[in-house]
Design a protein around this ligand. Structure first.
Ligand code: DCP
Length: 230
C-alpha cells in the first residue's frame, strides 16, 4: 500500500539521475562524424552509438539506402521512417556509461532530412504529415532528451568532394545542389537557430580542415564534450 506508492516514484527519480550525459554529433553528409565517433570509442566510460548505415543497406535483405538514391520520391518516406526507428532505438538504449555519444538523432532526421525532402517536393505532403505526426508523438511521449549537440560545420563543396572520394556506391550520383540544400538547412537550425527548436546547447567545430586537424580541435574541447571538469 503506502510503501510501494512512495518507493516507485523514488526509483523513477533515481533512474533519471543516472541517465547518461547524451551528446549527438550532427553535420552534413561527409562532415566527419564517423571520424569523431571513432576517436571517442577509446574512452571506457563513453558508449558510442554509430549511425547504422550498414543496417540501412540490409533491412531483411533490402538496401534502403540504394533504393533511396535510385528513386528518392518513391522511397524517401520508407527510408526516413526506418531512420526514425533506428534513432529512437539509440535515444532509448540504456547504458551504464557516463556519456552516450550518438551519430545523428531523431532531431536531424526530422528537421534536416525530412524537412529538405518536403521543401524539395520529393516527399508527398501526406507522407510529410504522417512522419511529422510520428515525430511529434515520440518527442511528446518518450524521453529522448539530449544534453549537447556537436555540430561539424563544413562548406558544401568540401564535403561534396569527400563524398565523391570515399565513393560509397549509393552516393555516387548525389548532386552538389542536394548537399548545398542540406547545408543550409543545418545552418538555419544549428547556427542561425531560426528554423526549428534546438534541443540542447550547440558546440561548433570547423570541419573543413582535414580530419586529423579536426581531431586536434576536438581534443581542445574534449572535456566539454565528455562533461568533465577541466
Ligand atoms: N541519410 C538520409 N537521411 C537521414 C540520415 C542519413 O538520407 N535522416 C543518408 C545520407 C547519406 C547516408 O544516409 O547518404 C549517411 O549519412 P550521414 O551524413 O548521416 O553519415 P556519413 O557516414 O555520411 O557521415 P560522416 O561522413 O560525417 O561520417
Amino acid at each position: 500500500g503506502e510503501v510501494s506508492r512512495c518507493t516507485i516514484p523514488l526509483l523513477k527519480n533515481m533512474d533519471k539521475q543516472s541517465k547518461p550525459f547524451t551528446v549527438v554529433v550532427e553535420g552534413n553528409i561527409g562532415s566527419g562524424k564517423t571520424t569523431l565517433l571513432n576517436y571517442f570509442s577509446k574512452f571506457s566510460d563513453v558508449e558510442v552509438l554509430q549511425e547504422p548505415v550498414e543496417k540501412w543497406r540490409d533491412v531483411q535483405g533490402h538496401n534502403l539506402l540504394g533504393l533511396l538514391y535510385d528513386n528518392p520520391a518513391r522511397w524517401c518516406l520508407t527510408f526516413q521512417t526506418h531512420v526514425q526507428l533506428t534513432m529512437l532505438d539509440h535515444h532509448t538504449k540504456e547504458t551504464s556509461a557516463k556519456v552516450k555519444l550518438m551519430e545523428r538523432s531523431l532531431y536531424s532526421g526530422r528537421y534536416c532530412f525530412v524537412e529538405n525532402l518536403h521543401q524539395s517536393k520529393l516527399m508527398e505532403p501526406a507522407e510529410y504529415s504522417v512522419i511529422s505526426e510520428w515525430f511529434k508523438w515520440i518527442t511528446n511521449n518518450v524521453d529522448v532528451g539530449i544534453d549537447l549537440i556537436v555540430y561539424l560545420r563544413t562548406d558544401p563543396k568540401v564535403v561534396h568532394d569527400r563524398i565523391l572520394q570515399r565513393a560509397r556506391k549509393e552516393e555516387k550520383t548525389v548532386p552538389l545542389s542536394y548537399i548545398v540544400d542540406l547545408h543550409e538547412i543545418h545552418e538555419k537550425w544549428l547556427h542561425d537557430k531560426i528554423s526549428h527548436p534546438v534541443p540542447a546547447p550547440v558546440l561548433e567545430i570547423d570541419a573543413n580542415v582535414d580530419l586529423a586537424e579536426m581531431l586536434e580541435q576536438v581534443t581542445l574541447v574534449e572535456n566539454q564534450i565528455l562533461n568533465r571538469k577541466r
